[in-house]
Design a protein around this ligand. Structure first.
Ligand SMILES: C[S@@+](CC[C@H](N)C(=O)[O-])C[C@H]1O[C@@H](n2cnc3c(N)ncnc32)[C@H](O)[C@@H]1O
Length: 488
C-alpha cells in the first residue's frame, strides 16, 4: 500500500534527478531499454552493468531492476533523508537486512511515476497489474493536444502518468480506471509530483463520468485483440476490436462542442471488409470530425507471437498452446490482419468529415499535438471553403520547418534542376513534388498576402495569363493545405 508522506516529496525528487535517474538517462543508456525479464534472462547482464557503487546504480537496481539491496550498501549511497520517505511511503520495505522495492519508478518530463514492478508481468498478479509507462503511453503522450483545457478526462489511466502530465494545461483532470489499484497509484503519483488538480474515479469506461462533458478526452485503452484472459492492463472482454468501437461511439456524448477525443487503438481487418471500411462504419454519424493514422498492420500469426512473447508473457498455458488458441480465435472470426494507430475526433455541429491515412511508422521523439490541431484546421477549410473565390482570399503561410529538396541532373554538361520536393519533417512528415514556379509562389506565403495576390505576382513574373495561373494555384493550394505544407 502506497501512502503519501507528511513532508514534501521535493527533496526525494531532487535526489533522483541529481543522481541522473531521469528520462534522458533511460533513452541514452542501451542497458535501460529492455525491462528486466526472467523469460529473457537479461537480469544478470543488467546487474553487471550496474555494479559500480553509485547512487544512480543503487536507484536503478531498486526501482528499475526491482532487486533488493543490502541496507548498509544503500545507506552509503543514498542519504537517510531520502531512504526515510521511501520507507514511509511504502516504495521501499525492510526485508531482514535488506531494502526491497515495491514499485517501479519511471522518470518522465521531470516527474517520477510509480507503478507495479516489472516482475509482476510474469506472475499470476499480472491480471490486477498497474502498468508502467510503455511505448503506447509515450505515443499518446506525444500525440496529446496540449492546449489549455477546462476539463480533461484520462480514461484507463493506469499509473496516472498522462493525467498528471495533462494537469499542467488543464484546469481539472479526471482520471478513471476499471482497476481500483490504479486509483491508489494515481493519488500517490499526484502527491509525489506535487499535482493537486487530478481526481481519480474507479469504474468501467465512461460509467464514472455519466452526464459530464470534457474539452479533451484521451485514452490508451486495453485495445489488444485477443481471446480475452482477463489481463485488463492490455485486453478487454469484448469481441475482437469491440472495445475501441464502443469507446469511439460513446465518446461524443462526453465531449463539449469543439472538444477532442484522442486514443491509441487497434482494429481488425476481417474477410470481406477492408480496414478502411470497418473504421468508416465506426466513425460515421458520430457528430464528430475524425482522423485516423494507421501506423502498423500484422498478420494474426505475427501479432499473436509478438504479444505472447512480449507484453503478455504470463499464462498457465504454454506459449504454443496460447498461440494455437489465439489463431483459432482469429480463424473463427475471419480475421486477416490486425491494424494499429491513433485516432483524433473533434465534436462539431454541422456536416462532419472523416480522414483515414497511413504511415509506415510514427516517430515519437517530439510532441505533435499541435500538428493535429493544424490538420483539423486545414481539413475544415477544405471541407467548407471550397469555392475558388474563397480560396483566393486565404492567406497561407509556410510552416517554419518546411524545406525544399532539389535534385539536379546533368544535361549537356550542365547541372540543371530536374525535380523539387517541398518537405515538412517531424512526427507527421509530409511532402509534395513541386515545379520551380510553384516554389517561387510558395516563397511569398507569409500569412499576410492572399492567394489571389500571390497568383497575380506569379502571373506577372512568368508572363502567363492570370486566369490560367489562378486555376493552377488553386489546385496546388488544395494539395498543400491537405498535407499541412501551408497553414491557414
Ligand atoms: C494500456 S493501459 C494504459 C495505462 C495508462 N493510461 C498508460 O498509458 O500508461 C490500459 C488501462 O485501461 C484500464 N482498463 C481496462 N479495462 C477498462 C475499462 N473497461 N474501463 C476503464 N479502464 C479500463 C486498465 O486497468 C489499464 O490501466
Amino acid at each position: 500500500m502506497l501512502t503519501p508522506f507528511a513532508a514534501s516529496p521535493q527533496p526525494l525528487l531532487e535526489f533522483f534527478r541529481e543522481a541522473g535517474y531521469v528520462h534522458e538517462q533511460f533513452q541514452r543508456n542501451p542497458a535501460l531499454r529492455d525491462l528486466p525479464s526472467r523469460r529473457l534472462g537479461n537480469l544478470p547482464d543488467l546487474l553487471e552493468r550496474t555494479t559500480e557503487p553509485t547512487a544512480l546504480n543503487a536507484l536503478l537496481r531498486l526501482f528499475f531492476l526491482g532487486v533488493p539491496l543490502e541496507s548498509e550498501a544503500v545507506a552509503g549511497l543514498v542519504p537517510l533523508s531520502v531512504i526515510t520517505p521511501l520507507l514511509e511511503t511504502g516504495m521501499l520495505v525492510r526485508d531482514g537486512g535488506r531494502l526491497a522495492p515495491t514499485v517501479m519508478l519511471t522518470p518522465c518530463e521531470g516527474f517520477l511515476f510509480a507503478a507495479d514492478p516489472a516482475s509482476t508481468l510474469e506472475s499470476p498478479e499480472a491480471s490486477g497489474m498497474v502498468l508502467w509507462p510503455n511505448p503506447s503511453t509515450r505515443l499518446l503522450q506525444m500525440f496529446t493536444i496540449r492546449r489549455p483545457a477546462g476539463a480533461t478526462l484520462d480514461l484507463g489511466t493506469g499509473s496516472g502518468i498522462l493525467a498528471i502530465l495533462a494537469s499542467g494545461h488543464s484546469r481539472r483532470v479526471v482520471a478513471t480506471d476499471l482497476n481500483p489499484r490504479a486509483a491508489e497509484f494515481v493519488r500517490f503519483n499526484a502527491w509525489l509530483n506535487g499535482v493537486t488538480n487530478v481526481e481519480c474515479l474507479t469504474g468501467d469506461t465512461f460509467e464514472p463520468v455519466q452526464g459530464w462533458t470534457f474539452d479533451l478526452i484521451f485514452s490508451n485503452p486495453p485495445f489488444f485483440v485477443t481471446p480475452s484472459t482477463g489481463q485488463i492492463y492490455c485486453e478487454n472482454s469484448l469481441e475482437l476490436d469491440g472495445y475501441c468501437r464502443d469507446l469511439i461511439r460513446a465518446a461524443p456524448r462526453y465531449l463539449g462542442e469543439g472538444g477532442f477525443l484522442q486514443i491509441t487503438l487497434e482494429w481488425v481487418q476481417v474477410r470481406g471488409q477492408s480496414w478502411r471500411d470497418r473504421l468508416a462504419e465506426w466513425l460515421t454519424d458520430t457528430g464528430c470530425d475524425a482522423w485516423v493514422l494507421r501506423s502498423y498492420a500484422r498478420s494474426g500469426a505475427a501479432y499473436a507471437s509478438e504479444r505472447i512473447n512480449g507484453i503478455m508473457p504470463y499464462s498457465p498455458l504454454t506459449a504454443n498452446q496460447r498461440f494455437g488458441e489465439w489463431m483459432a480465435y482469429y480463424r473463427a472470426r475471419g480475421v486477416e490482419e490486425i491494424h494499429g494507430g491513433i485516432l483524433a475526433m473533434r465534436r462539431r455541429t454541422g456536416k462532419n468529415w472523416i480522414r483515414l491515412e497511413d504511415v509506415a511508422g510514427l516517430d515519437v521523439a517530439e510532441p505533435f499535438g499541435e500538428s493535429i490541431v493544424e490538420l483539423f484546421t486545414n481539413q475544415d477549410k477544405l471541407e467548407t471553403d471550397v469555392s475558388v473565390d474563397q480560396m483566393m482570399a486565404w492567406k497561407p503561410r509556410l510552416p517554419p520547418n518546411a524545406q525544399i529538396d532539389q535534385q539536379l541532373s546533368l544535361v549537356e554538361g550542365e547541372w540543371k534542376p530536374s525535380s523539387m520536393q517541398l518537405r515538412r519533417p517531424g512526427a507527421l512528415p509530409s511532402s509534395l513534388a513541386l515545379d520551380p514556379q510553384v516554389a517561387r509562389f510558395l516563397g511569398g506565403c507569409d500569412g499576410a498576402r492572399t492567394v489571389h495576390e500571390l497568383a497575380q505576382d506569379l502571373a506577372a513574373a512568368v508572363k502567363i495569363a492570370p486566369d490560367q495561373v489562378l486555376r493552377q494555384c488553386c489546385a496546388v493550394m488544395r494539395k498543400l493545405v491537405e498535407r499541412r505544407l501551408v497553414l491557414l
